[in-house]
Design a protein around this ligand. Structure first.
Ligand code: SF4
Length: 408
């Protein structure tokens, strides 16, 4: 099949082997193994983004990254470069199914269980079992180590969360429902990946057209839940408080890229700073912050200073962190407004609530409600208060009226 035929297929999530057309060319989503990029991988991706794309790299809400601005002539070079780094799967279907979020401090923070082996086993199962490749492309998993910097509050079809933090006594098993995660039981650590794969197989057997577990409907969901419950131990409702760390915690450093957009030179420099700090990898998170485990507090401080100097956010009170903005125009063909330019102007204004600037009603950058939501349409913005991008706007304003937009 030609590349053009592949990228015209609707409903796929993009990958390296199956890029997607966007407003600024093709984009390729890179799925790091177990949520981490070795430093040579990070540097290699930065080089490839600059050489074959336009140098823009977006961090995604699934803890992946997207290389943008590829041309029909350059995409093969990018695919070869990423393959040499070991970051592509056997084929595009296996790549599309490897949707596993991993808590970013696993193996770094002694306060949480190192659950990376569970995520690795699950990735192997997804690659080996061709039946699991019938999962819809947006179907995803989450594996959390039970520490304070937790991803357990993020949305995933199947969640596994360590019980008991550093010395985990087992894994809580959660299923995504319209009302949030339904923690249905617990499983021993060494069975957790198999349990998650088994639940996914049951979903495949019950789903009709549904692409997510939360869309199954009461009847099929009740049947799935009953089958799953039989094989699990008891569980309470685990604490799922998520805490986004930006700055320093002990010897761990969390940094963010403004509106989730990294430039290739920033990723390359961050890899260099991480190496000087004694780290071996860079961790990704669903809130689009990056984490590095430094050798000690002094190395962490030096890394923070360096990250600030290359334009990354290192302060949890930075007003940009209150704002979510999708790529918008010209990067996305669905947008008629330059969302990130608007977001940058809003960051300078004295509004202290959360803000979501979305290029269209799809609302890619944020699913939770925000205090102020701006949704682009025909070059203007619909204004919504305390809602999300799909809600009905209260008024429409010109894209340049940033000062009016915060007049709530
Ligand atoms: S919200 Fe709309 S404009 Fe923004 S990235 Fe998603 S599809 Fe594109």
């Amino acid at each position: 099949m030609s590349l053009v035929a592949v990228i015209d297929v609707k409903g796929w999530c993009p990958g390296v082997l199956r890029p997607m057309q966007s407003g600024d060319g093709l984009l390729a989503r890179v799925r790091p193994w177990c949520g981490a990029l070795r430093l040579d991988e990070a540097k290699g991706l930065a080089d490839a983004a600059e050489r074959f794309g336009n140098g823009h790299i977006d961090l995604t809400r699934r803890a992946n990254l997207q290389i943008r601005g590829l041309g029909d002539a350059s995409v093969q070079g990018l695919q070869d470069a990423v393959a040499r780094l070991g970051l592509v799967d056997r084929d595009a279907d296996v790549e599309a199914g490897r949707n596993i979020m991993v808590s970013p401090l696993a193996g770094i923070d002694p306060a949480e269980a190192d659950i990376r082996p569970i995520a690795g086993t699950l990735a192997d199962l997804l690659a080996r079992d061709t039946g699991l490749q019938r999962l819809p492309s947006k179907f995803g998993f989450l594996v959390d180590g039970g520490g304070p910097v937790s991803i357990a509050g993020e949305r995933a079809d199947i969640s596994l969360k360590a019980l008991g933090q550093a010395k985990a006594a087992g894994m809580a098993v959660g299923l995504d429902t319209p009302a949030g995660t339904d923690w249905v039981g617990s499983t021993p650590i060494d069975e957790a990946a198999d349990v998650a794969a088994s639940i996914a197989r049951i979903f495949i057997g019950l789903a009709q057209e549904q692409r997510r577990l939360r869309d199954l409907g009461d009847g099929p969901y009740g049947r799935l839940r009953a089958i799953v419950r039989k094989g699990l131990g008891p569980v309470g409702i685990p604490s799922v408080v998520s805490r986004r760390l930006i700055g320093i915690k002990g010897s761990v450093v969390g940094v963010a890229a403004p509106f989730g957009r990294l430039e290739a030179h920033q990723l390359r420099s961050l890899a260099g700073l991480a190496k000087e700090a004694g780290a071996t990898d860079i961790r990704l998170s669903p809130w689009r912050a990056l984490y590095v485990g430094a050798r000690d507090a002094a190395a962490a401080q030096a890394l923070v200073t360096g990250a600030h100097d290359i334009g990354l956010i290192v302060d949890a009170s930075d007003p940009i962190l209150r704002i979510d903005a999708c790529p918008g125009a010209p990067a996305c063909r669905s947008s008629s407004v330059d969302t990130r330019r608007t977001a940058g102007r809003l960051a300078a204004l004295p509004f202290t609530g959360s803000i979501h600037v979305s290029g269209c009603a799809k609302g890619c950058a944020r699913s939770a409600p925000a205090d102020l939501v701006l949704v682009g349409e025909k070059g203007r913005y619909g204004v919504i208060h305390n809602g999300n991008a799909r809600d009905l706007p209260r008024r429409i304003v010109d894209a340049n009226e940033a000062g009016v937009l915060v007049d709530v």
